[in-house]
Design a binder for this molecule. Structure first.
Ligand code: AKG
Length: 288
């Protein structure tokens, strides 16, 4: 008899929307065209600004593989896979949802590369690995994989620094890669980033609408914030100290994206307590 995999649910409570001006931006990110175009001057820009936005990083076929991989896992085609977190609101009726409804009720899905070869192939895409390893200056190890599906009118992922979620020392270099599987626009929740702010160190995180930077601080963001709209197959490569966030989806379009994080192979992990002492104790049970 097949074992029933326990389902994961996010909070049951309603999460309020963010203030309308929380993700106001002063401009758009500069972009490069294709992973192969990333040369030493682009890498210097990465170190200066904390990110690179790349158009046409993945082909249409690779994007389709990514979509199919995600959808198949969410449709439970691999019975061994269980790291899908659904919205608390569907706790009592998950089994009655259509596939489309199920997709719209996934908050996040994670650690999936060992369960779908297509999602693993994207994670270890040779062109991407070349760039990641150049940034790390070392052979890369995949630290984590996750995907956030922002359904029509889906909620924000508040401003945060990814490093706050990682049980790693502060001097560990981590590179995040966020890959658009659908077009990510300013209306449906594309990334907002603060160029150069990865060099400002750690900001305390608080449990508000998620584990996040303090909303009051965002008045300081507006003049620096840039939006990063991307077509499917575009990606954002970014430093784990870069403050970033995505607003609510104010459109009828679903916005799927994959996210991978890499560090140098064999990097030691640190105890969670050490992380919480730096970033804030409310981050005890959170995941990025
Ligand atoms: O996909 C998104 O909307 C945001 C993802 C993100 O920033 C994260 O999970 O760290």
């Amino acid at each position: 008899m097949m074992e029933t995999v326990e389902k994961l649910y996010e909070w049951d409570h309603e999460v309020p929307d963010h203030a309308p001006d929380l993700y106001d931006y002063a401009g758009f990110a500069e972009t490069c065209d294709g992973l192969d175009s990333i040369d030493d001057s682009a890498l210097a820009r990465y170190h200066e600004q904390g990110f690179l936005a790349v158009n046409n990083a993945f082909t249409a076929a690779e994007v389709q593989d990514g979509v199919n991989g995600l959808v198949d896992l969410i449709a439970e085609k691999n019975p061994d896979f269980s790291i899908i977190q659904f919205h608390g609101a569907v706790r009592e009726r998950l089994e009655s949802l259509t596939l489309e409804e199920r997709l719209d009720n996934v908050r996040k899905i994670g650690q999936f590369t060992d369960y779908d070869q297509r999602l693993k192939d994207i994670a270890f895409h040779p062109g991407l690995m070349r760039v990641v390893e150049k940034i790390l200056g070392a052979k890369a190890e995949l630290y984590q994989s996750m995907a956030l599906i922002k359904p029509p009118h889906g909620r924000e992922k508040p401003w945060h620094q990814d490093h706050a979620y990682f049980d790693l020392t502060l001097d560990t270099k981590v590179v995040g890669v966020w890959i658009a599987l659908d077009e990510a626009t300013v209306d449906n929740g594309c990334m907002r980033v603060l160029p150069g702010w990865h060099r400002r160190g750690t900001f305390p995180h608080f449990m508000v609408r998620d584990w996040q930077l303090c909303d009051d601080q965002s008045k300081d963001f507006k003049t620096d914030c840039v939006a990063v709209p991307l077509k499917p197959g575009g990606c954002l490569i970014f430093d784990s100290f870069l403050p970033h966030g995505t607003p609510s989806n104010h459109s009828q379009l679903r916005r799927k994206a994959l996210q991978y994080h890499y560090l140098a192979a064999n990097t030691p992990r640190t105890p969670k307590e050490a992380r919480l002492a730096i970033w804030g104790s409310e981050g005890k049970d959170v995941s990025c």
